[in-house]
Design a protein around this ligand. Structure first.
Ligand code: ATP
Ligand code: MN
Length: 340
């Protein structure tokens, strides 16, 4: 098989600039550039839907997802790229090439084309050519492995004035669980797994999630698009946990994992710190600032407290506190016919 020249193109779809890199061995990765200082907190007056995406959030989310035992985020690694050699000189996209310029201090910058933040004021700049970026392994092409996109039932309104249904209806969960795909199998607890990930990293931007078409409704979720996580460490966002609080259900293996990660020997912040130190960008600066790591421990505690709150409530209501903890065996019993 012949070798391909290295090539970098803009990724279509999505609102903020991202690139697709193709390597000589035909491997592909999605590149998200560093757009703001690593430890800059999200501006309080910025709505979640206009927050900048962060390359380190994509990297940290991959590590967190793996530590939680999910493994539902395709691998993401940090890299220092050369904006000239790795992007400008190897792109066949004229529109992208045309947005390159040299800044007043001599750094090479570009802004690309997209619907949010693709303008000279929001240019991405090398130092002078070196740029931090996240590279995510590209999933197989949709023609080989079709995916389905699902709207999150707990999607935010994406409006400054409107409330979503789940924010005002106390019994919202039961309206969700009456209907497919949440009415059977593991979809609800799969979704709650995702909610816990999002709460820990404070990602309010989970409007959709994806699955591989091939497996119908009996499949895991793919946790793509984590660029708006880890924006704020000084504040938690309890509303992200609403699905857990409203449905009071959590997969047993997840619950056990969270309890393990709350113990001194396996403290989530410590496990994350160690895991992230293996990323190549760690030598430039830690991928997550200490306050973000501390926030993880604090939020983990809040998840476990919510589960206890659910168990107490369930016990009070019908004496069946074990309903809260979803046992994967229950699913097996529903779907597997014993031999003989
Ligand atoms: N690792 C990946 N492999 C293949 N496709 C991917 C991968 N990550 C994301 N995508 C696809 O690219 C699209 C855009 O990516 P992403 O959601 O990260 O961008 P975005 O700008 O945040 O989009 P939006 O503004 O719609 O939320 C997604 O719809 C997803 O299907
Ligand atoms: Mn997004």
């Amino acid at each position: 098989m012949g070798r391909k020249e290295k090539e970098t193109l803009q990724k279509s779809g999505g609102t903020q600039l991202k690139l697709v890199m193709t390597f000589p061995n035909y491997g592909q990765a999605i590149l998200k550039p560093m757009k703001q200082e690593r430890d800059e907190e999200t501006n309080n007056n910025l709505y979640y839907f206009s927050d900048f995406e962060r390359h380190n959030a994509e990297i940290a989310a991959f590590h967190l997802d793996r530590i939680l035992g999910y493994r539902r985020i395709p691998p993401v690694v940090g890299r220092l790229v050369d904006v000239v050699q790795d992007i400008k000189d190897v792109t066949t996209d004229h529109k992208l090439a045309q947005t390159f310029f040299t800044s007043p201090v001599g750094n090479v910058c570009f802004y690309g084309q997209c619907s949010y933040y693709c303008s000279t004021e929001h240019a991405v700049c090398g130092r002078p050519r070196e740029l931090e970026a996240s590279l995510a392994v590209m999933l197989p092409d949709l023609s080989l492995a079709a995916r389905r996109t699902w709207r999150s039932p707990w999607r935010r309104s994406y409006s400054r004035t409107k409330l979503a249904k789940w924010e005002s209806e106390p019994d919202y969960c039961s309206t969700v669980t009456q209907n497919p795909p949440y009415n059977k199998g593991t979809r609800l607890v799969d979704f709650i797994d995702l909610v816990i990930l999002d709460f820990l990293m404070s990602n309010m931007d989970r409007h959709h999630y994806e699955t591989f078409e091939k497996f119908g409704n009996n499949t895991v979720l793919v946790h793509l698009d984590n660029g708006r996580a880890f924006g704020r460490h000084s504040k938690d966002e309890p509303s992200i946990l609403a699905p857990l609080k409203q449905c009071c259900r959590i997969r047993r293996s997840t619950w056990l994992r969270l309890r393990l990660l709350s113990q001194p020997r396996y403290r989530l912040s410590a496990v994350m710190r160690a895991s992230l130190s293996q990323d190549p960008l760690h030598r430039v600066a830690p991928l997550l600032a200490e306050p973000h790591l501390a926030a993880l421990d604090r939020r983990l505690k809040a998840v476990l407290e919510t589960v206890s709150w659910c168990q107490k409530r369930q016990k009070r209501e019908d004496g069946r506190e074990d309903e809260v903890i979803y046992d994967d065996m229950a699913y097996l019993k529903d779907t597997v016919t014993p031999a003989g």
